[in-house]
Write a protein that binds this ligand. Structure first.
Ligand SMILES: [Zn+2]
Length: 129
């Protein structure tokens, strides 16, 4: 399946990991949402995110490799790559962006947000469209 997905991430402690080329980033403890897409084998991509041990390739890999960081929920749907940035834009309206995270090949402010207002109902709505 090709599609877009969101990872809901729980960061249990304040941490300051090095995120590849972005350098050190401070994360306050709390819940975060990451938007990504896979243009082939979406299921495999999501499974990869859930594995702790792997070669680090994307910004998100550096964050998810840390202790005290856990993916607590995933959402996905069939969609083209453009939908990924549409969701990121939508989240940027209400959530707090971690600037330049995961947006290497687009013009979004970020693809990772600290959750401020997002709730289950709202994210389900995004993924049922
Ligand atoms: Zn984007």
């Amino acid at each position: 399946m090709k599609g877009v997905y969101c990872l809901i991430i729980d960061i249990k402690k304040n941490i300051s990991p090095i995120i590849g080329t972005l350098g050190k980033i401070n994360f306050k403890k709390g819940k975060y949402v990451y938007v990504g897409s896979a243009q082939n084998n979406l299921e495999k991509r999501i499974a990869r995110h859930l594995k702790k041990k792997k070669r680090k390739f994307w910004h998100i890999d550096y964050l998810l490799a840390k202790k005290n960081v856990k993916v607590i929920n995933t959402y996905y749907k069939k969609a083209g790559k453009r939908e990924e940035c549409k969701i990121a834009c939508l989240l940027a309206l209400t959530e707090k962006p971690i600037k330049n995270f995961g947006n290497g090949d687009c013009r979004c402010i970020s693809h990772l947000f600290r959750i401020v207002k997002l709730n289950k109902k709202k994210i389900k709505k995004i993924f049922e469209k």
